[in-house]
Design a protein around this ligand. Structure first.
Ligand code: BES
Ligand code: MN
Ligand code: ZN
Length: 499
């Protein structure tokens, strides 16, 4: 296993098609049709035998264009034309377009078809603009084509892989397509890291993987701090979490220089707990395996880094990943311990399962030494976040309202949405203790917010936002890592680069 170590970005080649539907040569062609669409220019260009099949289907009401209907039609030369029903043109939602595309491509991905042309971005939907349409279709297609096989001995043969997808675009959609393609590469990276098991994807693996990324691209550098170096520096909170594990902590710093030399960098911080047992405050056994996903914040920022570099964004980017395993052990940190963080502030550990904030606080302090214009952290930080927002939105917390607006906007542009929770000072007192500057848990009420409050104590005076992705980074055991919110993050970086 893993004898050949390759970084995962894209298998299926995505390219803008130069051809129209008449001259397209791929094995399968996908096009959309609305229930209330009077004349569909694309359909008029289909081969005569395909049109007559469709007319027959329409006549006997097998195909009406209702949302979710998928009609395959066969040309004499062997090409398959797939007409996808999209419902009424003023009713199509972003979710429906994404899900429908996903379903169709998933089907093709398990067939023997290798080359596909996708005309779905050309649809004229009332509530989805042209840029959004191409992003949704591209991201959904790439998502559907991904198949986790890293640790399977039986791998499906190459015949069951879509090798290339040509995407039909208007001139106005070219940029959005490039962006979506780069987002898809980042999403794939994040899903790979998230899905790999904790005995493989440990702190050393993350460091090695990030090194491969830095080697692959120009303008990139990497620094990896080991636990001895971090000990010398005084990263007490981060090291406390890792001290029960045989897999020693690493601090990975990826740097991309795409901007001017003296542009302040954008700093990204991602929680990289490669496995969270809870430590001495041990988690219950049921579903504990899902805590392999507790490094999805790290996966998000590494994925976002890959996308930004692929796009060649004119920004300077610094990506910080504290990679640590939280295990119970004779050497593990314990409830009651008082730890001195890298900032000098002391923390009373009341629950060793509130470990994410412990590794993040030292990393946030460290990141600010590089004088960033803004710091964003991403973390599967609290179960309470799933209670608050479910699996639909990531939670954003910040003391800079414009930053919350910028992140919300980026989420809307990619349908990878975030919702704000308040970081009011009134919540801070839940972290008071008699034995240190603060305790590491805030009790039952507002668990996501008090975690954010804890982090805010290490980012005073810095433009900063915390994004809790506990509900969005993975779906369930089977579907695995989603790659969220890489698309939102990359859109934010694109928007910043254009300011
Ligand atoms: N990684 C977990 C949060 C989590 C749990 C995310 C389940 C997704 C699903 C985090 O380290 C944690 O254990 N948080 C505790 C905090 C509590 C001890 C204050 C939690 O949410 O229970
Ligand atoms: Mn935990
Ligand atoms: Zn955790």
């Amino acid at each position: 296993m893993h004898s050949s170590f390759k970084i995962q970005t894209q298998n299926m080649k995505l390219k803008a098609t130069q051809s129209n539907i008449k001259s397209i040569e791929t094995e399968q062609i996908i096009l959309g049709h609305f229930q209330d669409q009077k004349d569909n220019a694309l359909i008029k260009e289909l081969p005569a035998e395909v049109q007559s099949q469709l007319t027959a289907r329409v006549k006997n009401e097998d195909f009406t264009g209702k949302s979710g209907q998928v009609q395959n039609l066969y040309a004499d030369n062997g090409q398959i034309f797939t007409v996808v029903g999209l419902g009424k043109s003023d009713k199509l939602t972003a979710t429906a377009l994404y899900d429908t595309t996903h379903k169709v491509i998933k089907g093709i991905a398990s067939s023997r078809v290798n080359s596909v042309a996708n005309f779905l971005p050309l649809i004229d939907a009332k509530n989805i603009d042209a840029e959004m349409a191409v992003k949704l279709v591209t991201l959904a297609s790439a998502h559907a084509e991904y198949r986790y096989e890293d640790t399977k001995s039986f791998k499906k043969d190459n015949k069951h892989k879509i090798k290339s997808m040509e995407v039909a675009l208007s001139d106005a959609q070219q940029d959005a397509f490039k962006q979506a393609k780069a987002m898809a590469a980042g999403v794939k990276t994040a899903r790979h890291l998230g899905n790999n098991p904790p005995n493989i994807c440990n702190p050393a693996y993350i460091a090695k993987y990030a090194t491969k990324i830095a080697d692959k691209y120009d303008n990139c550098e990497i620094t990896v701090l080991n636990h001895k170096q971090m000990k010398k520096m005084g990263m007490g909170a981060l090291l406390a979490v890792g001290q029960g594990s045989a897999n020693k902590p690493k601090m990975v710093v990826l740097k991309y220089n795409g901007g001017n030399k003296d542009d302040a960098p954008i700093a990204l911080v991602g929680k990289g707990i490669t496995f969270d047992t809870g430590g001495i405050s041990l988690k219950p056994g049921a579903n504990m395996d899902e805590m392999k996903y507790d490094m999805c914040g790290a996966a998000t920022v590494i994925g976002g880094f890959v996308s930004a570099v692929e796009l060649g964004l004119p920004i300077n980017l610094l990506t910080f990943v504290p990679a640590v395993e939280n295990m119970p052990d004779g050497k593990a940190y314990r409830p009651g311990d008082v730890i001195t963080s890298y900032s000098g502030k002391t923390i009373e550990v009341l629950n060793t399962d509130a470990e994410g904030r412990m590794i993040l606080c030292d990393t946030l302090t460290y990141s600010q030494e590089f004088k960033p214009s803004v710091v964003l952290d991403f973390a599967t930080l609290t179960g309470a976040c799933i209670v608050a927002l479910g699996h639909q939105a990531s939670a954003v917390m910040t003391k800079t309202p414009e930053l919350a607006d910028d992140l919300k906007q980026a989420g809307l542009q990619t349908h990878d949405r975030v919702w704000e929770l308040p970081l009011w000072d009134e919540y801070q007192k839940q972290l008071d203790t008699s034995f240190a500057d603060m305790q590491n848990i805030g009790g039952f009420p507002a668990g996501t917010i008090t975690a954010g409050c804890f982090l805010s104590r290490f980012t005073e005076g810095q433009k900063w936002a915390h994004v809790d992705i506990a509900g969005t980074a993975w779906n369930n055991k089977k579907a695995g890592a989603t790659g969220r919110p890489v698309a939102m993050l990359v859109q934010y970086l694109i928007n910043e680069s254009q300011k």
